[in-house]
Ligand binder design. Structure first.
Ligand code: NAP
Length: 286
């Protein structure tokens, strides 16, 4: 029977810490404020933005949702981001991805202030993940590692297989796993034999975005799986990259929903607190 690595408790611990930081900041007349930029087109993005809004309300964090029509030209989005960068009442900026096809995500994410970049999408923060320097790291890869640690896993020396090398999850996760001293094999769409690489692993992270790409025959009874995938089933439900058959075989699995995604939202607020601290240090430095 698979052990389910649910994220609720780990997320609550993060929220408790955020809540007490918010209270402390408010006493110092700092009112944490997260701004989300949503270019319409992806229904899931609206859902995620609204979920963050509800969480912000519970934490006493101000939240502003800036919704733009799907045909908005790039320069208008850049103007909005510049305004949010320059607004001292805004501490964190979250650009909801994916963007409509006519927009270049790279140009737009690069415009976000490095110190307000709470999902680690700017070039400076991407580099910080590689070098290990201080910065705002992307939330989902942090959630993958933090979830395992919450359940007492130590990654040092472990044989880890990472499925997916995408910019959002797989690639930054690869660098973070190096710093945990894991021995990492990276698989992707051109990897001919996923089963072989999962067969040698003690822990596997899956961040592909294809429903049930990890099949039952690919996994073994000692494998722990962290599933970062988010997919929609034919019935309109949310499901991960790991199939139910694989879940039956593996030792432990993070569920979808209720796993990585749950902790990712909490870590965005943790990053907001970190952003406020970095902004305050920068203000004192000037
Ligand atoms: P991405 O940029 O599209 O990357 C997908 C990766 O999967 C690529 O490296 C691709 O290989 C690889 N891949 C595709 N088909 C494969 C196959 N059959 N076997 C092995 N590898 C395959 O995706 P992403 O933005 O990193 O996101 C990955 C997943 O995480 C998505 O489901 C996304 O929705 C989810 N996500 C979850 C959260 C959360 O909060 N839980 C947050 C962000 C994203 P190539 O490099 O060769 O193309």
């Amino acid at each position: 029977m698979v052990k389910l690595l649910k994220a609720k408790e780990a997320a609550e611990q993060v929220y408790d810490s955020v809540r007490s930081k918010v209270e402390r900041l408010k006493k110092e007349d700092v009112h944490p404020h997260m701004a989300a930029v949503l270019v319409e087109g992806d229904p899931a993005s609206l859902y995620y933005a609204q979920a963050k809004q509800k969480t912000a309300e519970k934490l006493g964090v101000a939240f502003s949702l800036h919704t733009l029509p799907s045909h908005t030209p790039e320069n208008e989005i850049l103007q909005l981001i510049t305004r949010l960068n320059d607004d001292p009442s805004v501490h964190g900026i979250m650009l909801e991805l994916p963007l409509p096809g006519h927009l270049q995500a790279g140009c737009i994410t690069a415009a976000i202030s490095t110190l307000k970049d709470i999902d680690g999408v700017t070039p400076a923060n991407k580099l910080a993940v590689v070098t290990g320097e201080a910065g705002l790291y992307p939330a989902t890869p942090q959630a993958c590692i933090q979830l395992l640690k919450h359940y007492g896993y130590n990654l040092e020396g472990k044989k880890v297989t990472l499925v997916g090398r995408g910019q959002t999850v797989g690639l930054p996760l690869f660098h973070m796993l190096q710093r945990e001293n894991a021995t990492v094999t990276v698989c992707h769409s051109r990897t001919p034999d996923l089963a072989f690489h999962l067969g040698h692993a003690e822990i596997a992270f899956v961040a592909v975005g294809r429903l049930h790409v990890v099949k039952g025959a690919m996994v073994h009874a000692d494998l722990t799986l962290i599933d970062a995938g988010i997919n929609e089933t034919e019935e309109g439900k949310i499901a991960g990259d790991v199939s139910p058959e694989a879940a039956m075989v593996a030792a432990a699995l993070s569920p979808v929903p209720g796993g990585v995604g749950t902790l990712t939202t909490a870590i965005l607020f943790q990053n907001l607190m970190k952003a406020i601290s970095l902004q305050s240090k920068e203000a004192h430095r000037k």
